[in-house]
Design a protein around this ligand. Structure first.
Ligand SMILES: Cc1cc2nc3c(=O)[nH]c(=O)nc-3n(C[C@H](O)[C@H](O)[C@H](O)COP(=O)(O)O)c2cc1C
Length: 304
């Protein structure tokens, strides 16, 4: 029997209301900008903005994106205008965008994260932070902040002291234990978790005998990895978890939600079809009507 009222798609994450569980993944819609002509951001739950660093970054030289089977490898190198330019020239244009805005932050050293967090704490238009801990820590010989539980706990704890709104810690899949790292973020004071970031990958051209791109793999190829990690993490923590990795349609979203995710982020699929996120919202609604699900919470975590 089909339900006769509109299903409830909205979710509450750390006291913030998302009108539906679909969020644009960081780095795949920039700071919205030109994408506003292609995507109606008011129809999705939220947007995680492009990774922001204290100083401007010009990004990596060479080939930045290589297509692979069922995915892409990117080595963009966190190109972004830097905090000051963001505040002056990008933030004003985000005003009035009727969706939850998440600032995704990155840095070379711990102090970079703390300084950005402190500055953004005064920013009314940003609802929460997403902490990208997959960046190399230059003070530790380039080992990413997000590799070891003790460094995760420390950096999260310090950011927490400098930011009053919720913080979401984005976990790297390139680690020995995703659950240990999730628990470390929780111990540090994370309000919620997002996972996964890209998976280390390499593309080679045998004709030129060259490496085409050494970077992070994303897209459909990584969905089973993301799904498994979300499932494992949701088994050990009650923090809200935002599932990421290879999502391109409503079935993928339902799978992540059944494995415990409160919401999801859609990344690479936006490059293939900018309307993907809107299609997912509509299809998710139809799926719920057809399956007599009144509230998305009814199916969350049923596989745990
Ligand atoms: C071109 C590109 C740029 C990205 N930039 C960022 C970034 O700035 N910060 C971040 O945390 N993740 C970044 N990511 C990772 C995505 O947010 C997401 O975690 C990853 O792509 C997996 O999701 P997907 O398979 O849906 O793309 C980027 C991914 C791509 C493809």
């Amino acid at each position: 029997m089909k339900i006769d009222k509109k299903p409830r798609l909205n979710v509450d994450i750390c006291g913030i209301n998302f009108k539906n569980p679909i969020i644009a993944a960081s780095g795949t819609v920039g700071f919205c900008g030109d994408y506003r002509q292609l995507i109606d951001f008011s129809k999705i739950g939220g947007v995680s903005l492009k990774g922001l660093t204290l100083e401007k970054r010009k990004g990596n030289d060479g080939i930045r994106i290589a297509e692979t089977h069922c995915g892409i490898i990117n080595s963009v190198g966190l190109q972004n205008p830097g905090l000051q330019d963001f505040e002056k020239n990008y933030l004003p244009k985000l005003k009035g965008l009727d969706t939850v805005l998440i600032a995704n932050i990155a840095g070379n050293v711990e102090e970079d994260y703390l300084n950005i967090a402190k500055r953004l704490d005064n920013c009314q238009d940003i609802d929460m932070l997403e902490i990208n801990i997959s960046c190399p820590n230059v003070k530790s010989g380039g080992i990413a902040f997000g590799i070891y539980p003790n460094t995760i706990k420390q950096i999260v704890g310090r950011i927490k002291k400098n930011y009053s709104k919720p913080i979401m810690v984005k976990l790297s899949p390139n680690v020995s234990s995703i659950t240990d790292n999730a628990l470390a973020a929780q111990d540090g004071g994370a309000d919620c978790l997002s996972l996964i970031n890209t998976v280390h990958g390499l593309a080679v051209d045998i004709k030129t005998r060259q490496i085409v791109c050494k970077g992070g793999l994303s897209g459909k190829a990584i969905k089973p990895i993301g799904l498994r990690m979300v499932y494992e993490v949701c088994k050990v923590t009650n923090l809200p978890v935002v599932g990421i990795g290879g999502i391109s349609n409503y079935v993928d979203v339902v799978e992540y939600i059944m494995c415990g995710a409160k919401a999801v982020q859609v990344g690479t699929a936006n490059f293939l079809e900018p309307n993907t996120m809107i299609d997912i919202v509509n299809d998710l609604q139809s799926y719920m009507v057809d399956n007599n699900i009144e509230d998305i919470e009814q199916i969350r975590g049923i596989l745990l």
